[in-house]
Design a protein around this ligand. Structure first.
Ligand code: SAH
Length: 384
């Protein structure tokens, strides 16, 4: 069999450009790109050149790659492509936050948010079109789920953000940190998320440090264990409750992976993590999880776990059924945890004027789960 045909048959369908069957090089980590170059009869070091062109210099066409022989450029144009998701909108918040929507085919759109804060610039990246989990307080969950993003679509968000933001006056890139906290559950799209993160960490690409790349999960324990071995990055866990009774109600995944097992998994992860603590995220829901007894319970169950808490004021969305805890209650909750010896911060809400805050990313999901319909039925038509 011809070599190119062999490559096409082993690649999953969503990695191919369907119309001309060209290979999308944006999906490849450097080792995979090197393997591809060897497969097409080219030298390995050429892969590194192309990889740098794509990710370091933002090239979108092979003709831009001026240090490659014309014959190689022509060959690559025949068989491969650099296909970034299409940028369809850009919103700028009064506080400097920026949000982009990217089209990923079949009527699906995903969102990416840039949050500047002093010397730090954080990009919040999506990992799925919608989300298959049903966390009750999250608007992405209401949208249902279509599919996992490819590694190219995940890293493509960083590619675009860098392109749109340009560099600061010193010539430095503005994105210093990436958080996998956009739409989707990253550990439910394990392989593609890990490949995308490997590209983000590569010094021939975005050169992020493992401490500045954070994956946030609602607690997919098997994925967490694999991640510790494959690609240990900083970890945030969406805890949001201090006991299973409350957590079962707001995060259905807790029935499968309850709190005690999740804490054990965090301890195992810490042995491999680039940071010596886990961040527990805790969305403050009025009358649901914000009683001070719960803060005391949290302090108790986390004894012996190296961790910090990040309290998140609930960001409202239409018909959510929840309200944020009052500012006073959030501060009291914080105080209980601080008095128990835990570093506890309250997350600043950013970009709320452009619906770019946590849990507000919705994009457009061609829902396969019928969840959008379910919610429409539950909520009277005139309120939708
Ligand atoms: N699925 C992953 C990452 C996406 S959510 C996870 O669960 O961690 C990023 C963070 O925002 C999570 O902690 C999530 O629980 C929180 N979040 C979701 N909806 C929110 C809302 N409406 N207000 C505030 N935070 C929210």
């Amino acid at each position: 069999m011809h070599k190119r045909e062999r490559i096409l048959t082993v690649l999953p369908i969503n990695r191919r450009n369907f119309f001309d069957m060209k290979i999308n090089l944006l999906n490849y980590t450097l080792p995979k790109l090197e393997e591809y170059f060897l497969d097409i009869g080219e030298k390995k070091f050429r892969a590194r050149q192309v990889f740098r062109w794509i990710h370091l210099y933002g090239a979108e066409t092979f003709s831009d790659m001026t240090d490659l022989a014309k014959s190689l450029r022509a060959k690559l144009e025949e068989i491969a492509i650099i296909e970034v998701p299409k940028l369809v909108s850009e919103h700028n918040s009064n506080d400097g936050t920026r949000k982009w929507a990217l089209e990923v085919g079949n009527g699906n759109k995903i969102e990416t948010v840039f949050i500047p804060d002093g010397d730090r610039g954080t990009l919040c990246v999506s990992s799925q079109v919608g989300c298959a989990l049903e966390c009750q307080f999250c608007s992405t969950a209401r949208q249902g789920f279509n599919r996992n993003l490819t590694s190219g679509e995940i890293v493509g968000q960083l590619w675009w953000a860098n392109k749109r933001l340009g560099k600061d006056p010193k010539g430095e890139k503005l994105i210093t940190n990436v958080v996998m906290m956009g739409m989707g559950e990253p550990l439910a799209n394990y392989e593609n998320v890990v490949d995308a993160m490997r590209i983000m960490l590569d010094d021939n690409a975005y050169n992020l440090s493992k401490k500045k790349l954070t994956l946030s999960t609602s607690g997919v324990i098997p994925g967490l264990d694999r991640l510790g071995d494959d690609c240990p990055v900083s970890l945030a866990v969406s805890l949001h409750a201090s006991n299973d009774e409350v957590r079962d109600k707001i995060i259905p995944l807790n029935k499968k992976y309850p709190i005690a097992a999740l804490i054990d998994a965090c301890k195992r992860y810490l042995e491999k993590s680039p940071k010596d603590y886990v961040t527990f995220e805790y969305v403050m829901l009025d009358g649901v999880n914000d009683n001070l007894e719960y803060a005391k319970e949290l302090a108790q169950i986390m004894r012996g776990v190296e961790c910090k808490f990040n309290l998140i004021p609930f960001n409202p969305f239409p018909n959510s059924g929840f309200q944020s805890s009052s500012w006073g209650q959030i501060l009291k909750f914080q105080k209980v945890l601080q008095n128990a010896g835990y570093i506890t911060t309250v997350r600043k809400t950013r970009g709320d004027d452009i619906d770019a805050a946590c849990g507000q990313l919705v994009g457009k999901v061609n829902d396969k789960t019928k969840r959008q319909e379910k919610w429409k039925k539950l909520i009277p038509i005139n309120e939708v």
